[in-house]
Design a protein around this ligand. Structure first.
Ligand code: ASP
Length: 369
């Protein structure tokens, strides 16, 4: 079946050959994808009493998606019980998802994770760091409208995500062996994404890195943008998180007691310092003193710009010199979602080398100048 048979595309999953960017994409008829459902709007129904959206059970979800089992890619499902709104997904949830991928890694060609959009970028970023040497696709997706709603974006997002998770080249290698987010018509590197819209179907963006694929009539992959792990290295699962981290967002007029209270939080190990523009901050002496004292106490402070696009460049303006003097390190063009989850994992796994590790790019999450 040809992929440009648009009508059928949302009703079945293809097993076919087609050429994109001079590469032959193959859906082996035996391709197997594990669908891990954590919940999110995609699985929700309206509560009869409160009228609010709540996750349904997995059987209700499956009943709305007969297409999952009608195609030639074999889809099997594992589900969280109960299914969650993503506001309730935390490091324990990330561990559960990553463990499922790890435990079933040899059995499947790819993985799709259904997840609420609100914290999807956090979970997907976390998994990108937890699953070292990944050589199979792990595609997160969800929807802005529940699967049972007529205009829902659920089927399109899910069926295309499955197609991407199953796509291989002629040698049998996955086309996008990364943790990614597929939403509306774009495939993004997960640890570059941010939820940007609470209403539009195009809910995510990757401001500092181009899309890895675009889906229209064809799915156009950009292999030169994909991060490939060494295929000879085995998958390693990292599981230790330390949640003693915080975000400090600067604003004009911020007061010393607020900064002091946060930086003196007991047990605090790392801070994402959200700064202005290219990594700038007010030059108040008290701010310098508080930051310097925190760094001297062993807290690692990483400078992350409040701008969506562009990078921190400490030293470009005089108003960032104090941060450098205080020992704040650069987060370059990383997202807050990626930086927070990376911090938790680094403090959990290798706290002694945290500063060095947080200055390094692990798997394409930041552009180190
Ligand atoms: N509150 C929902 C969630 O994140 C929103 C969504 O899925 O779009 O679980």
């Amino acid at each position: 079946m040809q992929i440009n048979d648009k009508k059928n595309r949302i009703f079945c999953i293809y097993a076919s050959f087609f050429v994109i960017l001079h590469r032959k994409i193959v859906f082996n008829t035996m391709s197997k994808v594990l669908l891990i459902s954590t919940g999110g709007t995609i699985t929700m129904v309206r509560d009869k009493v409160s009228g609010a959206l709540v996750p349904a059970d997995i059987e209700t979800f499956k009943a709305y998606m007969p297409e999952l089992f009608a195609g030639t890619i074999k889809v099997e499902i594992e589900a969280f019980s109960p299914l969650l709104d993503s506001s309730d997904v935390n490091p324990a949830g990330w561990l559960h998802m990553a463990q499922m991928v790890y435990d079933h890694y040899e059995e499947y060609d790819g993985f799709v994770i259904l997840h609420g959009t609100d914290t999807m970028s956090y979970s997907a970023s976390a998994l990108s760091f937890m699953l070292e040497n990944l050589s199979k696709p792990v595609v997160f997706t969800g929807s802005q409208l529940p699967v049972g709603v007529l205009r829902s974006d659920a089927k399109e997002n899910l069926l295309t995500a499955i197609e991407i998770a199953a796509a291989k080249d002629e040698e049998g290698n996955a086309i996008v062996p990364e943790v990614t987010i597929y939403f509306e018509d774009r495939l993004f590197r997960a640890n570059r994404t941010t939820k940007r819209n609470a209403e539009h179907f195009s809910a995510f963006n990757s401001y500092n890195y181009p899309a890895l694929a675009k889906a229209g009539v064809h799915i156009t992959y950009q292999p030169h943008l994909v991060h490939y792990s060494d295929p000879k290295s085995p998958l390693v699962l990292h599981t230790q998180f330390d949640q003693n981290v915080a975000v400090l967002k600067l604003f004009p007029g911020i007061q010393q007691p607020v900064v002091r209270a946060l930086l003196r939080t007991r047990g605090l190990k790392g801070v994402v310092l959200e700064t202005f523009g290219a990594g700038n901050a007010p030059t108040d002496k008290w701010l310098y003193r508080e930051l310097k004292a925190a760094v001297d106490r062993g807290i690692i402070i990483v400078n992350k710009t409040q701008c969506n696009t562009g990078s921190v460049e400490m030293g470009l303006y005089a108003v960032s010199l104090n941060l450098m003097k205080a020992g704040v390190i650069s987060g370059y063009d990383i997202t807050t979602e990626a930086l927070l989850t990376k911090m938790m994992l680094v403090f959990g796994e290798d706290p002694e080398h945290a500063k060095e590790l947080l200055s390094k790019d692990f798997c394409g999450e930041m552009t180190v100048e």
